[in-house]
Design a protein around this ligand. Structure first.
Ligand SMILES: Nc1ncnc2c1ncn2[C@@H]1O[C@H](COP(=O)(O)OP(=O)(O)OP(=O)(O)O)[C@@H](O)[C@H]1O
Length: 960
């Protein structure tokens, strides 16, 4: 038995052990389950806090309880229903809540510490004046800011972050002008939006000088009544209310501004008015804010596209959209505000910040402020702006790298700018006589020269009109000042079309010089050349030609050459910084010009004065309706939409351009040279100083060119180096002979040249006498002879030739040097009969001697400068043979056809005109050129006239 009991007790004890083990295992599992449940409850609680957010739960603690009960159950929980109602212990709830709050506070720590203050000071800094201050500080004070650096942010209201531990408020402001459009949306009717927009517009309008901001309002729902506080501004045109049915018109108008600004106001490489203004210091265009109130519906497709186009390119052109409840998705900068009943959200402050827009400014204060702005604008507009308003405060502050820009007149008190640059390289100015063309040109010249220094701008001024309009730019007897930018001034050139031609040639040469320099620097344009060669002087050149139609007045080689040159300069001048401004009374009559549409098209800038014809395109009649002293300035080749009407200030009255010129003259660098004046009504004076490059040359007159080049004949030792002056005009011929003698006298040292001067008619005696006296005074040996002893003079020269030819070259003087013999014959033909007589001893006549001198002289340094009163008479003197002994000639009243033989057989086109000669030097010219004879100083009047031979001591002395 015993073993059995023993076994049983062992079994029982084993079972007991098992039960104990099971009980222990179950107990520990229970404890683990309990722990897990408690943990789960804690986490679930934390999750629910996170789901609602700490702030939300803090506001509505019941949220957590409800959600605990309503929370979906997991699979495990559904299997253990007895646990779902178990309430999380309070300690656990508190700990979960504490953790959530701690975590939130950690996240917001930085913001709480610095955010609101930093934002407040930042907005204070960049939202200056009316852009950020409370309305009481500024509403009603008319703004004076200019377009330079507008405020970067504009205040809308204030916001706070409700979830932050410390929800301090901070200002909300948005970037606007040039920076970003604004989109406003609302959940309700949009009343709150109107208040916000009106506040914003009042801030902007009160910031700037009236006129710099224009507002357009379109409301799909109403014709008037929108933004009532701004209504006083509609009277002065600062705010325009658009018809609800005419959104297209508004969008077209805005697109037109964008296009016009791109083609006109933006110069060079600038793509926005902002960057342009930053470089040049002026903007030239107001900001235009278009406020569009929609009804939340999509616009028709076509309008939507137009709106998107305006939104895309508007900001660069100062066009700002404020779209309210209008669907707009654009690819350009846009801030947004959503107004909701539970607070607004702004893209600047993000969704976490709740914005409270500033309350609308009181209606009566807004109205009063707008009235003040409007009145100031009207006063400003009606103020007659004068010439001084074209002149900037600081002279010469602009650079002409990308072009030239200056105001030329005013529209509603605002300047109207004129641009010469890549997009509009050349200008055509038209208007009938007395319409104010010259005045316009003065104003333009003044506005340009005040802005650009002479190193940035060089002027070539040419006036074909009779009168002296441009001569004030050169030094005068009463006013010694001159315009430092003027390089060449031509006045009274109506009879000297060659000067216009010369100017065009000069410009064409300069264009080539610039193109070559650009090529050497491996660039193509002046702008790039200036960048590559910063030390070089590459000013822009503006050539102004008033009454330019004279240049094409006749169907002759001058017209055809001028047309070709004009075409060249007009086409290629653009890239080399050479601009033409051509003015004319009647552009319609200029055949040579109109026959070349390609040239004409280069004149993109058109200025039409009242009643101007053909300057603008045919269907653009704006010039017809212009009042006096106004002009249409059109940078679009004259098409209607390019019209800008400007009132032109008086620029010719005293104290206008004259006074400015004085200031500019005083500001010039000492190295600035005075302008060269070509005045067709005056003859040039012979310089008494020897000039380099004119050695051994007889200067006969001055070529009609930009440099005033002397018309000179070099008396080389070669056949034919004689000069004939042809024509019956004694004064001109005498002056040519006198200038030849005196210029040779300057270049030869006394003793190296001997003059034989024969005055063969009485009338030339004073002129001859003056020359003889001056030469002798300079120490030269002069044989002064009259008709009676001229033959003897020829004999002597013929003997010199004989002697030199037998001795094999130019003879030496007593002092050992070579002596040049110069024979001057005043009215050579007068001695013809005398010279026909033969000398019985030698059987040779004076004529024979003369022919020998002409033929053999030049090689032996014996040169003749003779005046024959007609071509026929010269031919008689020369005899039957060829005319090669006359290598150079200057003809006055001689018909071109008579000169053919002397011009190597080529037809000579020459209609004689007063005080002008035609000059041809076989060794130099391919065709003859027009020259001005010199006005010799009539010192002869004061000089005792030496009679031939009388007192001719020099000659006698030297013979001894
Ligand atoms: N904007 C202006 N304000 C006041 N006076 C002006 C204005 N423009 C021109 N005048 C005056 O009108 C007159 C004619 O002007 P201007 O000589 O400029 O005309 P124009 O078109 O060049 O005439 P023309 O071809 O006959 O010379 C001048 O006496 C000038 O002072």
């Amino acid at each position: 038995m015993r073993p059995r009991n023993e076994r049983r007790s062992r079994v029982q004890s084993a079972y007991e052990g098992l039960r104990t083990a099971i009980a222990a295992a179950l107990g520990s599992a229970d404890a683990a389950l309990h722990r897990a449940r408690s943990e789960h409850g804690h986490r679930e609680f934390a999750l629910r806090i996170a789901e609602h957010g700490v702030c939300e739960v803090a506001r509505e603690p019941a949220l957590l309880d409800e959600s605990t009960e309503a929370a979906p159950k997991t699979g495990d929980e559904s299997d253990a229903p007895e646990h779902t109602t178990e309430v999380l212990p309070a300690a656990s709830r508190e700990s979960a809540w504490g953790e959530a709050v701690r975590e939130r506070d950690e996240c917001y720590a930085d913001w709480t510490a610095y955010g609101p203050q930093e934002l407040t000071s930042l907005v204070d800094e960049v939202a200056r004046g009316s852009a950020g201050l409370p309305w009481r500080d500024w509403l009603g004070t008319v703004g004076s800011a200019d377009t330079h650096s507008p405020p970067e942010l504009w205040r809308l209201g204030e916001a706070h972050v409700p979830d932050a531990a410390d929800p301090s408020p901070f200002p909300v402001a948005v970037p606007l002008l040039d920076e970003s459009h604004l989109h406003v949306s609302t959940d309700d009717t949009g009343e709150a939006a109107e208040g916000l927009v009106q506040n914003l517009l009042l801030r902007v309008l009160s910031q700037f000088r009236p006129g710099l901001v224009r507002v357009h309002v379109w409301d799909v729902a109403q014709l008037t009544g929108t933004l009532p506080g701004l209504h006083p501004l509609t009277r002065s045109g600062l705010v325009t209310m658009h018809d609800p049915t005419r959104l297209d018109d508004l969008l077209d108008e805005l697109s037109e501004h964008i296009r016009r600004i791109h083609t006109g106001a933006l110069l060079g490489g600038h793509t926005s008015l902002r960057s342009f203004a930053a470089e040049t210091g002026h903007r030239g265009e107001p900001w235009r804010i278009a406020v569009l109130f929609g009804d939340g519906q999509q616009l028709p497709d076509e309008q939507q596209q137009k709106l998107h186009r305006v939104a895309r390119s508007g900001l660069d052109c100062g066009i700002q959209l404020v779209a309210v409840n209008l669907r707009l998705s654009v690819n350009s900068a846009m801030e947004s505000v959503h107004l909701n009943t539970d607070g607004a959200r702004c893209s600047m402050s993000g969704p976490a910040a709740v914005m409270t827009p500033d309350p609308p400014m009181p209606r009566k204060d807004a109205t009063r402020a707008c009235k003040a702005i409007s009145e100031r604008f009207v006063a400003q507009r009606s103020r007659v702006r004068g010439f001084d308003d074209l002149v900037p405060e600081q002279l010469w502050a602009c650079r002409s790298t990308t072009g030239l820009q200056a105001p030329v007149g005013f529209r509603e008190g605002e300047p109207v700018w004129l641009t010469l640059g890549d997009a509009s390289p050349h200008a055509l100015v038209g208007g009938p006589s007395g319409s104010g063309k010259t005045n316009f040109l003065y104003g333009m010249i003044g506005a340009f020269t005040a802005r650009y220094s002479p190193d940035e701008l060089e002027l070539y001024l040419l006036d074909f009109k009779e009168g002296v309009s441009f001569s004030q730019f050169t030094p005068g007897t009463r006013d010694p000042s001159w315009l430092p930018h003027a390089n060449v001034v031509g006045v009274n050139v109506n009879a000297d079309r060659e000067f216009g031609l010369a100017l065009l040639k000069f410009l064409a040469d300069e264009m080539r010089r610039r193109a070559d320099a650009a090529k050497a620097h491996e660039v193509t344009k002046l702008e790039e050349l200036r960048a590559q060669d910063p030390e070089g002087r590459w000013p822009r050149i503006v050539a102004v030609i008033d009454e330019f139609q004279y240049l094409f007045a006749e169907r002759d080689p001058v017209s055809s050459q001028a047309t070709a040159l004009l075409e060249d300069v007009a086409r290629r001048g653009r890239s080399q910084g050479i601009h033409l401004v051509l003015a004319s009374q009647d552009v319609s009559g200029i055949e040579a010009f109109w026959g070349k549409p390609a040239v004409f098209e280069q004149f993109i800038l058109r200025i039409a004065l009242p009643k101007a014809r053909r300057v603008l395109v045919q269907d653009n009649s704006a010039a017809v309706e212009l009042p006096r002293w106004h002009a249409v300035v059109n940078h679009e080749s004259g098409v209607r939409h390019g019209n800008e009407v400007a009132r032109l200030p008086d620029a010719t009255a005293p104290e206008t351009m004259y006074a400015l010129q004085q200031r500019l003259w005083e500001a010039r660098q000492p190295s600035t040279t005075r302008p060269r004046l070509f005045d067709g009504s005056h003859l040039p004076r012979l310089s008494r100083r020897p000039r380099a490059g004119l050695e051994r040359s007889a200067v006969l007159g001055q070529v009609i060119d930009v440099e005033g080049t002397p018309a000179a004949v070099r008396l080389d030792r070669s056949p034919g180096r004689n000069i004939a002056v042809l024509g019956s005009v004694r004064v001109d011929a005498s002056n040519v002979l006198g200038a030849a003698a005196l210029s040779l006298g300057q270049q030869y040292a006394p003793g190296t040249i001997r003059f034989t001067i024969a005055g063969l008619v009485d009338e030339v005696a004073p002129a001859v006498g003056a020359v003889v006296t001056e030469l002798r005074a300079a120490g030269h040996e002069v044989d002064h002879v009259g008709l009676d002893d001229a033959t003897g003079a020829l004999d002597r020269l013929a003997a010199v030739i004989d002697e030199r030819s037998t001795s094999g070259g130019g003879a030496g003087t007593a002092s050992g040097g070579e002596v040049t013999e110069c024979l001057l014959l005043y009215a050579a033909d007068a001695a013809h009969t005398t010279w026909e007589r033969k000398d019985p001893a030698s059987n040779a006549s004076g004529l024979d001697r003369l022919r020998t001198i002409l033929k053999q002289g030049p090689e032996l340094r014996v040169h003749t400068v003779g005046w024959w009163r007609s071509v026929q008479r010269l031919k008689h003197s020369l005899g039957m043979g060829p005319v090669d002994d006359i290598g150079a000639w200057l003809a006055f009243d001689v018909h071109g056809s008579e000169l053919t033989a002397f011009a190597a057989g080529q037809p000579v086109n020459w209609s004689p005109r007063a005080r002008r000669g035609l000059f041809f030097d076989r060794s130099l010219h391919s065709r003859p050129e027009v020259v001005l004879p010199f006005e010799l100083d009539t010192r002869s009047d004061e000089i005792t006239m030496p009679s031939p031979r009388a007192g001719d001591g020099t000659r006698e002395e030297s013979r001894d």
